[in-house]
Design a binder for this molecule. Structure first.
Ligand code: GLC
Ligand code: GLC
Length: 817
């Protein structure tokens, strides 16, 4: 039973932290360490894993998904004091602590616990520009008697390829190899053959012992919750040959009353050149490891690296700081939403506690969308990402659905034919140029399908994305859907009756009938963006040609895409309507309402307003906006995976959070601030602190899905962290609710805030300038006029022309009815 009043944590905004007060949260509540290739996932009890660049091919530590107890595997510290022993971070040992706290911060996590008068603390982070996790561990004797403690570290190595590691036991129980040198335990499996990389775990103190063999450390038929070595208070000095290599340091620590000691652990990764990978036959070259270790050889050095990381985040988050009358809004926008945007940008949908890191690489549509909440933070990375994505586009304008981060090659197992994919490249590119003014990205020569012999400018890639839609129209002149559009599970060309078949990679027949209104809206919206880009870059004629296609699409939507009270969703492979009042189930879908209205369709003839009213009437719940209604009660092979889910879950009428911001934006575009903000507050986790127990997922980040009204447990959230909800929510909140919107000429100020907000304050770095914007809301009956004063001077329009300003400026904005 859920005690719905239980709370497990709270925000500490002054420190940019979320404070978790129990090791027994409803699910592991995690954080991400590292943002430049070396990544760690860490739960509120130290569980999780680490990898370098690619969570499939370079997994450093082992993690057991779907295991019981949940969250097994991590960086653990066991403390023993006489006959008592406990885990510093509250698990995996069952010992109840006197006090426990976990603080997830920006790129670091700190555990503090008390037991037997010992206060223990571990701060875990990945320093900037470093291929290592560093843990600063301290122990303090707060009691009145001397303590003779044993401290054991523990982590388990993954044999690099995470998929093979979890499946190919006949081989990998014989391959594990380690080397021990002083206080450093090296993992060198497969180094003898084709790998030029190893990992290590070091502590800056002399050891009382060590273990590198899991079975020896745990003891037969024991688990991480009761290792024999901890019970015996003595390491076995085991040397792993095959089986499961681990790294565990044993330290003896004596503390007088009031005494405190601190240690630094470094778990690092090194790559070597083929020529000098060996120091001598069979002995690895330890020079790079020792260099890495030397950088964190004292607590002071490690602490300095942590301070540097904190400063990095402070500066990053300073690029856009908002203050509204609503503190939940500010908490999310100023801290956690941007933080999550960085994580989703880095990892797409590859590695979380729900994405195993072996299934999917970087998604094409996902990664393009992930940039829109992140471009203002680190634009250089976005530029690189856009060009990487562009290089996985094929010559016909279509795109690989995913690519592998290590090779940057399109993933042939999944292939393409998700017909919304190409146009997302226009969104990411235009958004990037508006933020930075860097049109040079368009001139970069980029290969098609990573084939250097066939390249075009990035601009040409966008043009082909546009044409891919034009060249793939169906019987109503609407875009063919292919395997699926944004909704991966609306598989109209799959017709699967075989449970061993993948919905997403099966496409039967010519697939030249099923059409998507979501792509139609997307094409009008981003097609128009492309036409504007053409004008911006002197391709006027092309802009005219493009607009002809866009106009035709508008007509097709007008003629064949309206169902009477809302936009249709699709036509299936037999030409039947999907998302129509005529359908017994799945009468109305969210995606086409959002995309058509964001595209400006129906703004002039009342249809947009009707569509939004229909959303409010049929799809809105207390926990967010559902994907469609009514849920499909039976599997229908003409609809595919969407109807495979039980009602109320995932795409089958769950609240699939990613698309909620499309409605938030649509409402803002139609000047309905109250609805816009209402939907935002139902979605955004910082508003939902009283629902922690029901939701289960981390209360500081968005989840992909919240169970819908038809489900057994409406409001329960799943698949936290890696979701397009993050960047879209941020984009909706800042660019449409607060209305601070980068455009080619400058920064547009067009807030859509409710009349009971008397004002807002935004500090925004934009290109060479830093604007301090105060908005006074005097509009009592809707915002009809926006007056902008910059440094006391009135602007003709509500756009601050970037060419005129650099440095710091005061902007006063008045909203009037
Ligand atoms: C998942 C996918 C995303 C897709 C969505 C809807 O979040 O990562 O690409 O758009 O599901 O099916
Ligand atoms: C499943 C999920 C969907 C996700 C897809 C990724 O279909 O329901 O959300 O996008 O898998 O492959």
């Amino acid at each position: 039973m859920i005690d719905s009043t239980t709370k497990y944590g709270h925000f500490d905004n002054d420190n940019y932290e979320y404070v978790i007060t129990s090791p027994f949260t409803p699910s592991p509540w995690i954080n991400y360490l590292g943002n430049d290739g070396f990544h760690g996932l860490i739960s509120n009890t130290g569980g999780g894993y680490t990898f370098f660049r690619d969570p499939k091919f370079r997994r450093l530590t082992r993690y057991r998904y779907n295991n019981v107890p949940v969250d097994t595997g991590g960086r653990y510290f066991y403390i023993s004091d006489g006959d008592d022993a406990w885990s510093l971070a509250g698990r995996p040992m069952d010992t109840v602590l006197d006090n426990y706290e976990c603080r997830h911060g920006m790129g670091y996590t700190r555990f503090t616990s008390n037991k037997n008068d010992i206060e223990a603390q571990a701060t875990c982070f990945v320093p900037l520009h470093t291929t290592a996790e560093v843990y600063i561990v301290s122990l303090e004797n707060k009691g009145a008697v001397n303590k003779q403690l044993n401290l054991f570290s523990f982590l388990e190595w993954c044999l690099w390829n995470a998929e093979d590691d979890a499946t190919n036991f006949q081989r990998n129980l014989s391959t594990g190899e380690v080397e021990i040198s002083g206080s450093t335990l090296f993992h060198k499996t497969e180094f003898r053959e084709r790998r030029n990389h190893y990992a290590f775990y070091h502590v800056n103190r002399e050891l009382a012992g060590f273990d590198t063999c899991r079975d020896s450390f745990l003891g037969p038929y024991r688990g991480m919750h009761n290792p024999i070595v901890v019970e015996n208070k003595q390491a076995n000095n085991s040397h792993a040959h095959g089986f499961a290599p681990i790294a565990s340091h044993h330290l003896k620590i004596d503390l007088a009353p009031g005494e405190k000691t601190s240690l630094v652990f470094v778990m690092g990764y090194c790559e070597l050149d083929q020529e000098d990978k060996w120091a001598s036959p069979g002995v690895i070259n330890k020079v790079p490891a020792n260099e890495l270790i030397a950088r964190f050889s004292s607590t002071e050095k490690a602490q300095a690296a942590l301070d540097e990381l904190k400063l990095y985040w402070r500066e990053l988050l300073n690029k856009c700081v908002v203050k509204t009358p609503d503190s939940a809004f500010d908490t999310s926008i100023n801290i956690w939403n941007q933080y999550q945007n960085m994580v989703t940008f880095n990892l797409s949908r590859s590695a979380s506690f729900y994405e195993s890191g072996i299934g999917r690489g970087m998604g094409f549509r996902d990664s393009n969308q992930d940039t829109i909440g992140f471009t203002h933070m680190v634009p250089e990375k976005v530029r690189e990402r856009i060009l990487d994505l562009s290089a996985t586009q094929k010559a016909d304008g279509s795109a690989f659905h995913q690519y592998q981060p290590l090779t940057k090659k399109g993933n042939a197992n999944i292939g393409g034919n998700f017909n919304d994919d190409p146009m997302w490249l226009v969104l990411s590119t235009c958004n990037y140029i508006k933020e930075t003014g860097d049109f040079s990205i368009l001139d970069e020569l980029v290969p098609f399908n990573n084939d250097e012999t066939n390249s075009g400018t990035h601009f040409e890639h966008l043009h082909r994305a546009f044409n891919h839609v034009v060249n793939n129209l169906g019987p109503h002149g609407l875009p063919l859907i292919g395997r699926a559009d944004w909704n991966d599970c609306l598989n109209l060309n799959c017709f699967s009756t075989d449970p061993n078949e993948s919905f997403q990679t099966t496409q039967r027949g010519a697939s030249d009938v099923a059409e998507s209104l979501m792509i139609a809206g997307q094409f009008v919206l981003y097609g128009e963006e492309f036409a504007i880009l053409c004008e911006q870059t002197g391709h006027e004629e092309l802009a005219v040609t493009c607009r002809k296609h866009i106009d035709k699409m508008r007509e097709a939507v007008d003629k064949h895409g309206w169902d009477g009270e809302w936009f249709l969703r699709a036509y299936d492979a037999k030409g039947n309507k999907v998302g129509s009042v005529e359908n017994p189930e799945g009468k109305i879908f969210i995606e086409s309402q959002g995309f058509c209205v964001m595209a400006g369709l129906g703004h002039d003839n009342g249809r947009a307003a009707l569509a939004m009213d229909a959303v409010a009437e049929h799809l809105v719940t207390d926990y967010g906006i559902m994907l469609q209604q009514p849920a499909f009660s039976e599997y229908d092979k003409y609809l595919g995976e969407i109807s495979s889910y039980p009602p109320g879950y995932k795409e089958n009428a769950g609240i699939f959070c990613h698309n909620n911001p499309w409605i938030i934006i649509s409402e803002a575009m139609l000047n309905n601030p109250t609805r816009s903000l209402d939907y935002f507050s139902k979605l955004c986790p910082s508003y939902l602190q009283d629902k922690q127990a029901l939701r289960r997922s981390e209360p500081y980040v968005y989840s992909q899905m919240v169970a819908g009204a038809d489900s057994a447990m409406p409001g329960q959230a799943k698949n936290s962290w890696l979701t397009g909800t993050a960047s879209w929510s941020y984009y909706a909140a800042v660019q449409y609710i607060l209305g601070i919107r980068p455009e080619y000429e400058g920064l547009r100020i067009a807030p859509c805030i409710p009349s009971d907000w008397d004002g807002i304050h935004v500090k925004r770095q934009f290109r060479d300038a830093y604007y301090d914007i105060s908005v006074v809301n005097k509009a009592e009956n809707g915002i009809n006029k926006i007056n902008v004063l910059i440094d006391g001077e009135e602007l003709a329009d509500n756009i601050i022309p970037y060419a005129k300003y650099s440095g710091r400026h005061q902007v006063i904005v008045t909203l009037v009815s």
